[in-house]
Ligand binder design. Structure first.
Ligand SMILES: [Zn+2]
Ligand SMILES: [Zn+2]
Length: 260
């Protein structure tokens, strides 16, 4: 078995290798299905939990579209990482759907997201799914919970919605995910070529394959860089003084260095 470093060298977390993984699946006779579609033969339910950035999800969605692959993108409604309800967020999600993909809700049970009074987790998810659907103008039929390993509720039943961790998509199929930039059984491009599993659900976090990132530290730095750039641009565009005397990324970096 290759070490994680060796494997990441041969199977890098890049957009080009993501394409290779999808091509390996297609050439090995797998079909990509959306949750709820009737299936037979070799099938992959490809799912993306969008934890960090809708823009990165769109990049991955375009790669899939080029290859005729459809998948399911699940978005956080209450995240500190991105605001789905800003104009750009909604239009990017609609663009992902227009590429042929399905859209649903990703939910994170963080301490700051306490449920209201007698609200149950199922109520919260049903309400958020309805709100998401109403805001983006598209049906929302599926959901997933963040960090299933740390969440006793991850197989929760919510009437009217499909939990992507429910038995038909989790216990009754092979489940693969890249957590901490590591595929436990090796890169899916090899698993697909060997046709080991007939039916799979594969979870890929879009940001993992957007750049040449090699680990969680890299990913966090990439995310923060993007975020600082974005917030800096948005805030400076909105402010006349800052438009005249802009703050550069170098100044921001200098400030961070001298204030930590
Ligand atoms: Zn590979
Ligand atoms: Zn997540």
């Amino acid at each position: 078995m290759l070490s994680s470093n060796q494997s990441n060298y041969l199977h890098p977390f890049t957009a080009a290798h993501y394409r290779t993984i999808l091509v390996a699946a297609l050439e090995s006779g797998y079909r990509f299905a959306l949750f709820g579609e009737p299936v037979d033969g070799r099938v992959i339910y490809l799912r993306h939990d969008v934890d960090n950035s809708i823009g990165d999800a769109l990049k991955i969605a375009q790669i899939e579209r080029d290859l005729g692959v459809r998948s399911t993108y699940l978005f956080l409604l209450r995240s500190q990482n991105y605001n789905l309800l800003c104009g750009v967020g909604i239009s990017q999600i609609r663009e992902i759907a227009a590429l042929g993909h399905d859209v649903g809700l990703h939910h994170s049970c963080e301490p700051g997201e306490a449920l209201q009074n007698d609200e149950s987790l199922a109520d919260r998810i049903r309400g958020d799914a309805a709100l998401l659907s109403q805001q983006i103008g598209l049906p929302v039929r599926h959901f997933s919970l963040h960090n299933p390993a740390e969440n006793d509720n991850f197989e929760l039943d919510v009437p009217g919605l499909t939990n992507t961790y429910s038995a038909p998509y989790f216990r009754e199929v092979k489940y693969l995910s890249e957590s901490n930039f590591r595929w436990r059984e090796g890169c899916p491009c090899e698993l697909f070529r060997r046709q080991i599993y007939e039916k799979l659900q594969v979870l890929v976090h879009p940001m993992s394959y957007c750049e040449d990132l090699s680990g969680d530290r890299d990913a966090l730095l990439y995310f923060l860089h993007q975020k600082i750039q974005l917030l800096s641009r948005v805030n400076q565009e909105q402010n006349r003084t800052l438009r005249e005397y802009p703050v550069s990324m170098a100044e921001i970096a200098e400030h961070l260095k001298s204030h930590t």
